[in-house]
Each structure stands twice: as C-alpha cells, then as structure tokens.
Design a protein around this ligand. Structure first.
Ligand code: NAD
Ligand code: MG
Length: 399
C-alpha cells in the first residue's frame, strides 16, 4: 500500500536522513506530498525534481528566484514564504516528518498536528515553546505524535505501551558533547569549529551547539515532560559518551529497560516511519564485543548550567520555557556569527529568564500569546547579545 508523506525541513540533517530511508524503499511504497526548506533553494529543487512531490515550499522568499529557475518547465508546483510552508504542512498526508529547526517550526508542525494523522516529531523546540497547547491540539485532532528525538524514541520503545505514569522514572542519555572533559577556561575560548565538532552524532549547526552547552538535553527534559506527561523529577539525565544506550525506563520493581543502537538518526526515524511495524535499514549494526565497555557519568552542573536552567524554566511554567528557547536560539545564532563567546550562551539565557518580567512567567493561553511572547523574548535576548558584544569589543580595544 502506498503511504503519502510530507517532509518539513527536507534539506536538514533529519530531513535528509528521512529521504535516505525513503529512497531505499521499494518503488511505490511512498508518495511525496510536500517538501519544505528555508534558504537552500537549489538543494530543495534537486530533491523535488528527483521525487516529484505535489508541492514544494521555500520559507525564505528571498531565495525564491533560484527555486523558480530550477523548477522551470518541470510542471512541479511550488510556493515561497512562511505561508507556503504552512500550506505544505496543511496538505493531507498519512505521515509527516516535522524536522524544521527552532521555534520557526511551531506553526507548520502544528498545522500538521491539526490534520489528525501521524506526525514524526524531531522539532523539539515546538514542544518546548508551547507544550501544553501543542499536546492539547494533538489530543483534539487525534494525531499520533511519534518522538523522533533519539532519546524520546528510545523511551517510547522501552515503555512498550505501558503508561508512563506507572514508571519510577525515565532516563535520557547525553553524549556530553565536545566539551565533556574541558575546563571552563577552555570553554570560554571555544571557537565555533570546536563547538560544532560533535564527537558522536552528525547534526545541524544549532543542535550541535546545543549539545555542546547541554541545552539540548535541557530542551529534551522539557520535551519528555510533555510527551510522556511526567514531572521533571521523573526525567533524569545521564552522560554516556558512547551514545549506545539512548533512553531508559526504570520500573518500581528495580528493572531498567533500555533501547540501544548505533548512534544514527536513521534508526529512530525508521521506527517512526515503519510504526506500528518495523522496517529494515542499512544502519551499521552494533558490534558489542568490539565496543567492549559502556561508560556513564553524572552531568556537571557547574560547566553545563543550561540543564538546570531548563528544569527551572519548566517548573516556572507558562512562557518561561519559551523564553529559555527563544533566548537560546538568539544566543546560539550570535555565537555562530562570532558576536559572543561560548559561555555567554547560557549566561544570556539565564539573564533573559531573570529579566524577562512580563515575558517569562506569563501564562500561555493561546498560540497568539506564544508568538507575541516569543517575539518579545527574542528582542530582549538580542539586546543582551548586543550589550555583551559591545562589552567584549571595548575590552579588546582597551587591551
Ligand atoms: P538542520 O539545521 O540540519 O535543518 C533544519 C531544517 O529546517 C532545514 O531543512 C531548514 O531549511 C529548515 N528551516 C530552518 N529555518 C526555517 C524556517 N524559518 N522556516 C522553515 N524552515 C526552516 O537541523 P537538524 O539537525 O536536521 O534538526 C532539525 C530538528 O530536529 C531540530 O529541532 C533538532 O533539535 C531536531 N533533532 C535533530 C537531530 C539530529 O541528529 N540532527 C536529532 C534529534 C532532534
Ligand atoms: Mg536527542
């Protein structure tokens, strides 16, 4: 039977991994409905020409001429701008991969959820920003939200259908990122290249920096609280540098169940794509004797304050997780563009949460409040970035 599918964020790391699995499937198994990207117009066009979706959407309309030229004469329908991405997400499809990065993914992911079909969720920021409203939308539409984030996918599998309310706790593993063994002095001087050089996973730039600060794990704790309706006390994090165990469930009888596998996003994506069945992939198999041993350690809150910031934001509730996420997106972007240092990222997030009176700790009543608070939080974080950038520029001049 042919399954209709859409991929939001098709040119990204998760989007391309999804396309890889689809490309390996037998002819006629999948039919592409919609593909979206943001700026990579030529790459999007190349994929569209190969797979011939019903609709192709580019988020950033400034790059539309490239898409238009590349698709000229192909007979393929396309659009540009956020409304085109939303239109793509609204089209009927059995299965949608939500793999846009950041809060920009919220509206399109939500449009997919509202259709009431299967949504494979990679875009964790959507849940962090608007978790309660997001989950409520899914309940109302009857959509099945399948976690693609490897840790959450692992927990989902380890739960094996049992009610999360009946487990003692869940554990998300973290690789510890490139600075797991670095001193604070080294981290203060870290370059973009150091920060995105992830030891295990190959991912987009933003999530790679998030892994280096461990904000990624903080966002994932919030993501898990929403997905599994658990309080943060029941969501633990353990550093596991080999990234072989992805997530664990601990029962009250003392037993722990884990899902293991080679760190390759194609495995959790394949789980979501095949669900409720299983599909075969070409992911390299674990060679346990070759691995020899697996190691675990507790996260260090001093060098990685982002993890606790995220827990605090979740406990505060309302718009606080959204402020955490918005400030983090702005600070990571500033770091990637050389405006602030690596340790400034968590500092800017902390300051945004403290100073965001009226923005943080506001209540989340509907999606309009989400978008308004997101815009206000971004503005506040941008002003904090500017202050830090000026401060370090004057320090350099004075030195
Ligand atoms: P990426 O940067 O490689 O790709 C992001 C995709 O989003 C691209 O296709 C881009 O065109 C699109 N996009 C970016 N901004 C957009 C906008 N304003 N409007 C519309 N589209 C936009 O990111 P990634 O690493 O593939 O991550 C995607 C999501 O999956 C993130 O939320 C990330 O946290 C999550 N995730 C990724 C991994 C991984 O291994 N890469 C693992 C777990 C979860
Ligand atoms: Mg993850």
């Amino acid at each position: 039977m042919t399954r209709t599918i859409s991929i939001l964020g098709a040119t990204g790391s998760v989007g391309l991994a999804t396309l890889d699995l689809i490309g390996a499937a037998p002819e006629g198994r999948y039919e592409l409905v919609a593909l979206t990207a943001n700026t990579r117009a030529q790459e999007l066009a190349d994929i569209a020409l190969r797979l011939r979706p019903r609709f192709t959407a580019l988020g950033d309309a400034r790059h539309a001429p490239v898409l238009e030229a590349a698709l000229a004469g192909s007979g393929l329908k396309w659009g540009a701008g956020p409304s085109a991405v939303a239109e793509a997400a609204s089209m009927e499809a059995d299965w949608t991969m939500a793999a846009i990065v950041g809060a920009a993914g919220l509206a399109p992911t939500l449009a997919a959820v509202k259709r009431g079909q299967v949504v494979a969720l990679a875009n964790k920021e959507a849940l962090v920003c608007a978790g309660p409203l997001f989950m409520e939308s899914a309940r109302r539409s009857g959509a099945t939200v399948l976690p693609v984030d490897s840790e959450h996918n692992a927990v989902f599998q380890a739960l094996g259908g049992s009610d999360p309310a009946n487990v003692r706790r869940i554990i998300l593993t973290a690789s510890g990122g490139p600075f797991r063994n670095s001193s604070l002095e080294t981290m203060a001087r870290a370059s973009v290249r150091d920060a995105v050089a992830h030891p295990v996973w190959s991912m987009g730039a933003k999530i790679s920096v998030d892994s280096a600060t461990m904000m990624n794990k903080g966002l994932e704790v919030i993501e898990a609280c929403h997905l599994f309706a658990l309080p943060p006390e029941k969501v633990d994090v353990i550093v596991h540098p080999e990234s072989i165990l992805h997530g664990l469930v601990e029962h009250y009888d003392g037993g722990l169940l884990a899902q293991m596998g080679t760190p390759d996003m194609r495995t959790p994506i394949a789980h979501a794509l095949g669900w409720p069945d299983r599909m075969e992939t070409s992911v390299s198999r674990l060679d346990l004797p070759a691995l020899g041993r697996l190691t675990f350690e507790a996260p260090d809150p001093e060098r990685f304050p982002a993890l606790e910031l995220a827990r605090d934001a979740f406990r505060q509730g309302g718009t606080s997780p959204l402020v955490l996420n918005a400030a983090n997106e702005i600070a990571v972007d500033a770091f990637l563009n050389g405006h602030v240092g690596f340790l400034d990222i968590a500092a800017i997030v902390a300051e945004s949460l403290e100073r965001g009176e009226g923005v943080a700790r506001g209540s989340l009543t509907d999606f309009d409040t989400v978008y308004a608070a997101d815009a206000a939080a971004r503005e506040l974080a941008a002003s904090l970035v500017k202050a830090r950038a000026q401060h370090s520029a004057s320090r350099v001049q004075g030195a």
